[in-house]
Ligand binder design. Structure first.
Ligand SMILES: Nc1ncnc2c1ncn2[C@@H]1O[C@H](COP(=O)(O)OP(=O)(O)O)[C@@H](O)[C@H]1O
Ligand SMILES: [Mg+2]
Length: 258
């Protein structure tokens, strides 16, 4: 039985394949899990996910927060009513209804201190809106900062994507340390390999075991992904028999998403 509610964040080094894995898991969900209310959150300030999913967004949380910053000068002191208003605008302007899922992009605010503020707001708002969804998939920014800011506090499963680089494994080890240090209540931390060379995969599995991670599988290099990306086509258009999609299906099973 798939676990519900299921709040998962996809993390790891920049370029490891977080956004790709997020899109693949979403496609698997849309295919195999018809009863779910799905929210996909792009928590990377680079905001690549909407394009990868082929969804137009009108505003990011950062855009709305910035509008507020311009209107209300002391945002750090806003009282309950103004934060409720901000929440209202975020719900109205930032959550996009797509086919089979909703999408929320966090973006990035301008101005000093704004970024932390956005995270605090998003964290608070997520806490409320998660109640409307059975699955939340979060595509995180690269690296470790989001853990320090406790953006992951609504998450119970973390997937860390690693590639062939040692750096990606070191990033995963550090993430685990920080998760412990800040006391995040994470029930599972999984490792997913992306484009691992065949010999490397075995080494990654051993490393995962040694570091008490659960290894959930590896997404192979898939030229369908590159072709879609080259033509600006959404990854949701991947052919059903794509190798990457088949691997994502197994990973979704292994992490109890489907
Ligand atoms: N398994 C794969 N097969 C082919 N191309 C891939 C694969 N994984 C990632 N890519 C490509 O590599 C680039 C980086 O991947 P991305 O998912 O955006 O990384 P991240 O979100 O971690 O920064 C993208 O252009 C993506 O299309
Ligand atoms: Mg990305």
């Amino acid at each position: 039985m798939a676990k519900r509610p299921f709040y998962i964040s996809i993390s790891g080094k920049g370029g490891a394949g977080k956004t790709t894995l997020t899109a693949l898991l979403l496609k698997v969900l849309l295919e195999y899990s018809t009863n779910d209310e799905i929210l996909v959150v792009d928590a990377d300030p680079a905001t690549n996910l909407p394009q990868v999913l082929g969804v137009e967004i009108s505003k990011t949380v950062g855009d709305v927060a910035e509008e507020f910053r311009k209107g209300f000068h002391r945002l750090d002191n806003i009282g309950f009513e103004k934060s409720a208003l901000l929440e209202y605008y975020i719900m109205r302007d930032c959550i996009v209804e797509a086919e089979g899922f909703d999408l929320l992009a966090m973006g990035r605010g301008e101005g000093e201190g704004c970024y932390c503020y956005i995270n605090a707001v998003l964290s608070g708002i997520l806490g409320k809106i998660v109640q409307h969804y059975t699955v939340i998939l979060m595509d995180m920014e690269a690296g470790l900062e989001h853990l320090n800011r406790r953006l992951d506090r609504h998450v119970d499963t973390i997937v860390i994507v690693v590639d062939n680089s040692l750096m990606s494994l070191k990033t995963a080890e550090k993430m685990k340390e920080i998760i412990r240090e800040v006391g995040l209540k994470i029930s599972e931390i999984y490792i997913v390999g992306n484009r691992l060379h065949s010999k490397r995969e075995e080494a990654v599995i051993q490393w995962a075991l040694q570091n008490e991670f659960k290894y959930a599988g590896t997404i192979p290099e898939d030229r369908n992904i590159a072709e879609l990306a080259a033509n600006g086509m959404p990854l949701l258009k991947l052919p059903k028999d794509s190798e990457a999609l088949r691997a994502a299906y197994i990973i979704a099973k292994n992490i109890d998403l489907i």
